[in-house]
Design a protein. Structure first.
Length: 387
């Protein structure tokens, strides 16, 4: 049970190769189309930070609810959480492209628009940068603390460490509720500075939890198929599936609610968001998003027989990771590129971030025993046969 993963040279070469593709896309994009390049890096960084926040939320929820079934898999969300320092560094570097991304960052825009001027005490570049630093500082501090407690439990065990992790998990979820909401306002909603939605923060947080859980489940399944997590069975798989099924309903509800409320109210400041996304070739993205992130997972995971099929759950998780890309692309790009564009910049940027996530996850998993030691619910997790 103290097995530690040793990743092959092939794995490392793949992760570094993908990161090199991302760097090449960045250089080529900055030389040919800077605005589009910055937009792609913002979109992908928000995507992967969202996955990280979702995995962190999943991790904390297991302690708050004192869930025993997932104890064996704790190292996986811990590994995903290790992406945060990279995400923070990239978000700060994107400040070089703030004028390409955010209309409110231009002095002439502030001077010529009373609404932007009204928002300028909050939406200004120095305060924007400070908030980025504060958000990531809080997230990294809390994840490092949780990781430290997790490793300490391996050494000394006992309920005191578990109770500390439960307490700090509650603190973390409280902090996430505020900080990730403001982060989604800052990084995504303020791209369209005249638009607002009261449901936007809830929608982005639910999407992060949904797709972050899918990423955790996919990594667990892949490791199981590689010979790790041998004690994993259909009951564990069903629990992951029930999470994804429930979250598909929540996500679909919020996606439709945002559209329905804006359509019904018919206020120009709100409807402009969907007007842009139903013109100039963007309309298919709305329906593809709805199908991939709600309809297909809902229908596929509805029968319990399919929930226990590891191949089905695996491909649903892969589909959902493609789905969050569609979702983030539809949120970020219409205001910047005006029409859908897909080429080497989009492919290279996405591959680069995939490589960075592979590197972060692999490095973290290799630093500690894959199955945590001395967890009070570990035996329950290993012998989980309740369904």
């Amino acid at each position: 049970m103290s097995l530690t993963i040793q990743f092959s040279k092939k794995y490392k070469y793949i992760s570094f190769g993908l990161m090199a593709a991302g760097v090449a896309a960045l250089v080529a994009g900055l030389l040919t189309d800077p605005s589009r390049t910055y937009a792609n890096f913002l979109m992908n960084n928000f995507l992967f930070v969202s996955l990280t926040i979702g995995a962190l939320f999943f991790f904390c929820l297991q302690f708050i609810t004192q869930s025993g079934w997932s104890a064996m898999f704790r190292r996986v969300p811990e590994a995903v959480m290790s992406f945060l320092p990279f995400g923070g560094a990239i978000m700060l570097l994107l400040l070089f492209g703030v004028h390409d991304l955010y209309h409110w960052s231009h002095a002439d825009a502030v001077a010529g628009d009373h609404l932007i001027a009204h928002k300028s005490p909050f939406l200004n570049t120095p305060f924007f940068a400070i908030r980025i630093a504060l958000f990531f500082a809080a997230w990294i501090l809390l994840t490092q603390l949780l990781r430290k407690l997790s490793l300490r439990e391996d050494k000394i065990g006992g309920l005191q460490t578990f109770e500390s992790m439960e307490f700090w998990s509650k603190v973390t979820i409280f902090v996430l509720a505020f900080t990730f909401s403001f982060a989604s306002f800052d990084w995504v909603m303020s791209i369209e500075v005249h638009w607002f939605s009261t449901i936007f923060a809830f929608r982005t947080f639910a999407a992060a939890f949904y797709h972050g859980t899918a990423l955790v489940a996919l990594i667990v399944i892949l490791l199981h198929q590689k010979g790790y997590f041998r004690q994993m069975n259909s009951s564990h798989l069903l629990d992951f599936s029930r999470y994804l099924f429930a979250l598909s309903i929540i996500y679909g509800y919020l996606l439709f609610s945002q559209y329905l409320l804006i359509w019904y109210a018919n206020i120009p400041e709100e409807t402009v968001y969907f007007t842009k996304r139903f013109d100039n070739g963007w309309k298919p993205f709305f329906f593809i998003n709805l199908a991939i992130n709600f309809l297909i997972p809902f229908l596929v995971l509805l029968p319990q027989k399919l929930d226990r099929n590891i191949k089905v759950v695996k491909y649903v998780c892969i589909l959902l990771l493609f789905g969050i890309w569609i979702d983030c692309y539809d949120m970020v790009m219409p205001e910047i590129t005006k029409v859908p564009k897909f080429g080497l910049i989009e492919i290279g940027t996405t591959l680069g971030f995939m490589g960075l996530m592979l590197f972060a996850v692999g490095r973290s998993l290799a630093k500690a025993p894959l199955i945590p030691q001395n967890h009070p619910y570990l035996e329950e997790s290993l012998e989980h046969h309740l369904h």
